[in-house]
Design a protein around this ligand. Structure first.
Ligand code: GYE
Length: 312
């Protein structure tokens, strides 16, 4: 995306609120929508000078960017942490510099909550549970509730909130079912390319896959390509039932076509929240410690009425 270099806020911008944003990367359609939503909200017209840095999936790049923001004395630091662990030191540096930190999308795992001001994100564990609950209902509806069910899971970036939450949430439901067998869980790094490669490999090693749980739409699309190339049928009338996460527009098209059976929504439109929170802080008003964005579940039955409004 645009604005990958850290720019210096020019002097004449003094009346603008300077916000340093460390985005974790540009791995997925969801991520592009997330970045765009930030750029749309933190505009000059709205009173902001936005410094946006793309960390390209590397925690050390994020730490470097945040240190850069601290030495530039930005007014706010906003960041989407690539993984949960390892943030204590740099967050303490920001706190010592008295720069408020707003965490977005994924979460950090820190003991001391005072190291950040607030968090805006989604309930990824609940998303995982929704996938599990959908599968329960689906198997019941298909008369397969007591069949042996073989599941493979394409996980996102290991150690990221989205991966940890979705894995945990789905496993919690799976534990109730002795006949659900998770054959393998492997990371596809939230990208289409890795999703395809890993799915290829899993298809080669497991003969009888009933369910694919893919923790984002990009990996799902890669996995679909792998199944097509391997001559394995999938989706509504196929051998492999496909469960996906995110619900970006291109994936909703596939839900409509019956290629993806269900897509658990994850909402990337978080920019307006950042703006609202900063405005509150500017007025000296209190903010909540966390803001969780609302989300839906899409199947062929309900998908169409949501597609018109979807901008990403
Ligand atoms: O699901 C995936 C992205 O952290 C919720 O990251 C986000 C996830 C999203 O790469 O597509």
């Amino acid at each position: 995306f645009r604005g990958v270099e850290i720019e210096q806020a020019p002097m004449e911008q003094e009346d603008l609120i300077v916000v340093g944003v460390s985005q974790l990367g540009s791995e997925s359609g969801w991520r592009s929508a997330h970045t765009l939503s930030i750029q749309d909200a933190l505009t000059k017209d709205a009173g902001y000078f936005l410094i946006l840095n793309n960390a390209r999936q590397m925690q050390e790049n994020q730490i470097k960017a945040i240190r850069g923001f601290i030495s530039q004395r930005v007014d706010y630091i906003v960041f989407a942490p690539v993984i949960e662990s390892g943030w204590e030191t740099v967050l303490r540096e920001a706190k010592d510099a008295e720069i408020p930190v707003i965490i977005i999308d994924r979460m950090v795992d820190v003991r001391d909550e005072s190291l950040y001001t607030t968090w805006i994100g989604t309930d990824t564990k609940e998303e995982g549970k929704k996938a599990g609950r959908w599968l329960e209902r689906y198997l019941r509806k298909m008369g397969r509730a007591s069949e042996e069910i073989n599941i493979v899971v394409l996980q996102g970036t290991l150690g990221s909130t989205a991966e940890l939450g979705r894995t945990k949430g789905f496993c919690e439901i799976a534990e109730y079912h002795d006949n659900w067998h998770i054959l393998e869980q492997r990371t596809g790094d939230f990208t289409a390319t890795r999703g395809k490669e890993v799915m290829w490999d899993m298809l080669r090693r497991h003969e009888d896959i009933d369910i694919l749980v893919s923790q984002n739409d990009d990996m799902t699309m890669g996995a679909i390509e792998a199944m097509q190339e391997a001559g394995i049928s999938f989706g509504e009338y196929g051998a492999v039932t496909v469960i996906s996460f995110d619900a970006i527009y291109d994936a909703l098209e596939l839900v409509k076509k019956g290629w993806i059976n269900v897509d658990i929504e994850c909402n990337p439109v978080q920019g307006a929240y950042i703006d609202k929170i900063i405005q509150r802080l500017e007025r000296g008003e209190p903010v909540e410690k966390s803001y969780v964005v609302e989300e839906n579940v899409f199947t062929k039955e309900n998908v169409e009425k949501f597609m018109d409004d979807r901008t990403y």
